[in-house]
Design a protein around this ligand. Structure first.
Ligand code: HEM
Length: 435
């Protein structure tokens, strides 16, 4: 980058730090790679530009307040001008080749939309997601939690918490809410893993190096499969609406008209995928944290009213969504740094959730953390629509677990998948003692 201007040089992030935040493989070791890089950035260059081979130049936003500023300003920081999910240049070029207008809007789902379209589409289903409505499903969710905890106990004290347990519960909950038969669970699981695991070589066949084009193709194939799967349900739910989320999405209307088919499919896909890996990662995060802090687990066991705090801290501490992207719709300034029209900013939620200005000893899981208003569900107009479902299903699960499991211990190092988008764990080996 010898051609960098002096302005670029003063805000140019050192290459090693830039790679630590941008590259998917860094997230295979957050403790030693990404979190130290975020801490360096917050201290030295809270708004700095990353130049990483194969990627567009990106402004990395790492302070809580700056992330909030971007999140609050929809019209200045656009979601849909460019891909709201970080991808390689080659991957984005491939996606652009698939869309009629050459944009990266390969999916008609909320994260890709801006107002007024975003506001209308979100409003069309948002009533279903409010706490009061979601609470109606408590007993249905509890039945799933009880079954899954029973299965966990059958492992007789030792299992992989991530792949034997945490992976299935949120998927079973979301399938139940959607109104999809549990028999389709393996299919949905595969599709979601294809969707989110596209950059992790370990998620592919052995010894195959994943090129950006392959990753993009895999991504595209995964959601084409989703669409084929869901198409058959929409007509049925319009003719025979039921008390399920698929009926809500299929029958949602803007200006008296059903949502376009692409938006209906995009919404199914968005909810089905966003609704489960995020939550299973957080459930694994709790197991890791409680193995490291057994005294906190004992307190939760003795007093179930601490469970909402446990869940909230788990979302902060795990921060399963690593980023969303925005693009400046005009020249602007953030934290005293000039950002030009069209430039892309990366909102680093895990960093905002470790910001020293808001969180003391932020690397430590702390049940008593208060206040604990974090960015794990984002903020502003795009804030997670499913957060109340996620909280409710996790609270129910840990109520069930707290009375059945006395102690959780790690028997090996947890292995996260290598992704810079939505994390999950390949493995969390544990031993547990039944109560
Ligand atoms: C622990 C679990 C979860 C976490 C940590 C999480 C996190 C997030 C984050 C960070 C965003 C982006 C917010 C922003 O741009 O400011 C988001 C958006 C979204 N989430 Fe979640 N989520 C979780 C569970 C769920 C569930 C269970 C569902 C659905 C049932 C869901 C559906 C969505 C949707 C549809 C969006 C897009 C909203 C928009 O762009 O307006 N999420 N989530």
């Amino acid at each position: 980058m010898s051609s960098a201007t002096s302005e670029q040089q003063s805000t140019r992030i050192p290459d090693e730090i830039a790679r630590a935040v941008v590259l998917p493989e860094s997230y295979g070791d957050e403790t030693n790679i990404t979190y130290p890089a975020f801490a360096w950035l917050r201290e030295n260059m809270p708004v700095g530009q990353a130049f990483v081979d194969g990627y567009d130049p990106l402004w990395l936003i790492t302070k809580f307040d700056d992330i909030m500023t971007v999140e609050k300003n929809h019209s200045l920081f656009n979601a849909g001008m460019n891909n709201p999910i970080l991808n390689t240049q080659a991957g984005d070029a491939f996606l652009r080749s698939l869309t009629p207008d050459g944009s990266t809007r390969y999916l008609d789902a909320l994260p890709f939309l801006d107002p007024p379209e975003h506001t209308q589409v979100k409003a069309a289903t948002s009533n279903w997601f409010v706490p009061k409505n979601v609470a109606k499903y408590t007993e249905r969710i509890r039945a799933i939690a009880r079954e899954d905890v029973e299965k966990l106990l059958n492992y007789d004290g030792e299992c992989d918490w991530a792949t034997d347990f945490a992976l299935y519960y949120p998927l079973r909950v979301i399938l139940g809410l959607f109104g999809i038969s549990q028999e389709d669970l393996p299919l949905m699981l595969q599709l979601t893993q294809d969707f989110f695991g596209a950059n992790d070589p370990d998620e592919k066949r052995d010894d195959v190096d994943v090129s950006p084009e392959t990753a993009a193709r895999q991504f595209q194939a995964a959601f084409a499969d989703f669409f084929a799967y869901f198409d058959r349900f929409t007509e049925d739910r319009r003719a025979n609406p039921r008390d399920d989320l698929m009926s809500v999405i299929a029958n949602a209307k803007v200006g008296g008209e059903f949502l376009p088919q692409a938006t209906v499919n995009g919404s199914y896909l968005q909810v089905a995928t966003a609704g489960h890996d995020t939550t299973s990662s957080t459930i694994s995060g709790v197991a890791i944290a409680m193995a490291r802090h057994p005294e906190q687990w004992q307190r939760v066991r003795a007093d179930h009213s601490l469970i909402p705090k446990l869940v909230n801290e788990a979302v902060r501490w795990t921060s399963p969504v690593k980023h969303f992207m925005r693009s400046a719709s005009e020249d602007t300034e953030l934290h005293g740094v000039r950002i030009r029209k069209g430039e892309r900013v990366m909102l680093n939620y895990p960093s905002g959730n470790r910001d020293e200005d808001y969180f003391t000893d932020a690397d430590v899981f702390d049940l008593d953390r208060s206040p604990n208003k974090h960015l794990g569900f984002g903020f502003g107009g795009h804030m997670c629509i499913g957060q109340h479902i996620a909280r409710l299903e996790m609270e129910i699960l840990f109520e069930e677990l707290a009375s059945k499991i006395e102690k959780i211990e790690l028997t090996g190092e947890p292995k996260p998948i290598k992704t810079n988008f939505v994390s999950s764990f390949k493995s969390v080996p544990v031993k547990f003692t039944k109560a």
